[in-house]
Design a protein around this ligand. Structure first.
Ligand code: HEM
Length: 489
């Protein structure tokens, strides 16, 4: 029993640390904190859906800034535009919060999760891959995928469709083709199907783990059935990406024998994000491990976010026939009566549709909160925020503030057609140095598919004016299925 005094001393030390621990953030309001545990109990016994409601109640009760504690770590929650600006525009506090930890086995420290020098280098390296000319090539894929999606909707012949899963396939196929250069709807090989299955199924496992603190320890998690399944999916995802990278590398070598430059090869062969990374690799600026991290990051960030925005968008459109008509009118004015291929100018001209998408993202931001781990003390106005604090910028609540958006719960796309809103009041793609690099890509994809849908169909909801209950993991989701009918016009 020689270890009993050691455990006793360790417990005493933890309790003493917890009691002696003082912080300027303790002056801010928040739910009552228990010694040592803080708010662990209330935060972990609630379900996913209840947790979403609980945070909204905290906002109502405590206002723009409140703090809760997970053991010894303070989580500063904010939902004011001025505070959001201070946090998102900070040039050195760019480290993501710990809620992303469990995504790391899948993504590595790619652009989404890296910090410091690595993030700076990667961001500089990857920004040109979203250049106008490259997006132009991606637009061709988006258009093909949208046409195929519309064909799929036609086949439903006006019967009810569960929107989320259908849309998820659409965004997944689009990102697969643009990021990796493979058509997963055509490629029915076993590795491709296993990959698709793994990408679809690993998400819920990661999310479940991130919100269940008893699953946080690797030692426990990987011994449980869920952990074992996750390991299997990870193996599938990583080996698929590795084989693909290897194959494209060989293709690139053949191209280089035939063509002078990558641009020339691009005229003959559709280039994917992966080809651009291989070009960077040939200059020694990234290695194969880095390419794998970025391909996985873009696959992950590039489909679920857009899928959820589109699902909520379709739900809102179904409830607002007058908005559908306006989108159709705008589409016909730009494209003409006979359908033709989209140009980049067409997307720029879709101003009304852009307002509709923005209003959807205001009400239903795909990323409902942004998390940071503070690495350097900073002042939030008059309050010192110390290194080690976790910050959660509650975008969902910020964008539903009555003082920033009158009648905040109403769907009114017109609010994005007039004067600009206050800076940092509308940040669905985040803002500052770590804003979303795929923002223009996502807007283009959403404009492409929504404009085609509204030009072809009249959308009707299952239940008029029904707004589903929500839950937030890494992405905001409806907790119940959303059904819509797509009736040919
Ligand atoms: C409606 C669609 C989308 C929304 C609402 C969205 C939103 C966001 C937000 C809020 C962030 C910051 C996250 C944070 O700081 O924790 C982010 C980062 C990021 N997004 Fe998006 N995103 C969307 C689509 C996309 C697409 C299509 C791609 C890729 C093609 C993409 C790639 C990324 C990447 C790589 C980052 C990390 C950027 C960095 O840290 O430098 N996103 N996104």
């Amino acid at each position: 029993m020689f270890w009993m005094p050691i455990i006793g001393a360790a417990l005493l030390w933890i309790i003493w640390k917890a009691l002696a621990d003082e912080d300027p953030l303790d002056k801010l309001p928040g739910p009552k904190k228990w010694p040592v545990l803080g708010n662990v109990f209330i935060l972990s016994v609630t379900s996913h859906e209840q947790y979403f409601i609980l945070v909204r109640e905290f906002v109502k009760q405590y206002g723009d800034r409140f703090v809760f504690k997970v053991f010894n770590t303070r989580v500063l929650n904010i939902c004011g535009a001025k505070d959001t600006e201070v946090i998102l525009s900070h040039s050195r506090n760019i480290t993501k919060s710990s809620h992303y930890t469990f995504v790391e086995p899948m993504l590595g420290t790619g652009l989404l999760l890296s910090t410091g020098n690595k993030w700076h280098r990667r961001r500089k390296l990857l920004t040109p891959t979203f250049h106008f000319n490259i997006l132009k090539n991606f637009a061709v894929v988006m258009e093909e995928r949208s046409r195929s999606f519309v064909r799929q909707l036609r086949e439903t012949k006006g019967s009810e469709v569960e929107v989320a899963s259908l849309i998820k396939d659409f965004t997944l196929y689009t990102i697969c083709e643009t990021a990796m250069g493979i058509s997963l709807d055509l490629d029915k090989s076993k590795p491709a199907l296993d990959y698709l299955d793994a990408v679809i199924n690993i998400g819920p496992l990661i999310l479940e783990r991130s919100v269940s603190f008893w699953l946080h320890s690797d030692l426990i998690y990987y011994r449980l059935p869920a952990g074992k399944r996750q390991k299997k999916y990870l193996k599938t995802i990583h080996s698929f990406a590795d084989n693909l990278i290897h194959g494209r590398k060989q293709q690139r070598l053949r191209d280089m024998e035939e063509f002078e430059t990558i641009e020339e090869a691009g005229v003959k062969r559709r280039l994917a994000f992966l080809d651009l990374l291989l070009e960077v690799e040939s200059k020694g600026e990234i290695d194969v491990e880095g390419i794998r991290e970025e391909v996985n990051t873009f696959m992950f960030e590039g489909h679920d976010t857009t899928a959820n925005a589109l699902t909520f968008g379709i739900m809102l459109l179904a409830a607002h026939p007058e908005v559908q008509d306006k989108i159709r009118e705008e589409y016909r004015k730009i494209i003409g009566e006979a359908d033709r291929a989209f140009t980049m100018t067409d997307f720029t001209e879709m101003k009304y549709l852009e307002a509709v998408i923005k209003e959807t993202l205001r009400l239903y931001p795909s990323v409902p909160f942004i998390g940071r781990t503070v690495t350097e003390d900073f002042m939030l106005d008059d309050v010192l925020v110390r290194a080690g604090t976790q910050v959660a910028v509650r975008i969902y609540d910020l964008q539903r503030r009555e003082d920033l958006f009158p009648e905040p719960h109403k769907f009114k796309p017109e609010r994005f057609l007039g004067a600009d809103h206050r800076p940092y009041a509308f940040v669905p793609f985040s803002a500052g140095p770590r804003n979303c690099i795929g923002q223009r890509f996502a807007m283009m994809e959403m404009k492409c598919v929504l404009s085609m849908i509204c030009s072809e169909f009249r959308l009707e909801p299952r239940i008029k004016s029904h707004r589903p209950a929500l839950a937030a993991d890494l992405v905001l989701r409806a907790v119940e299925p959303i059904y819509v009918r797509f009736l040919p016009r």
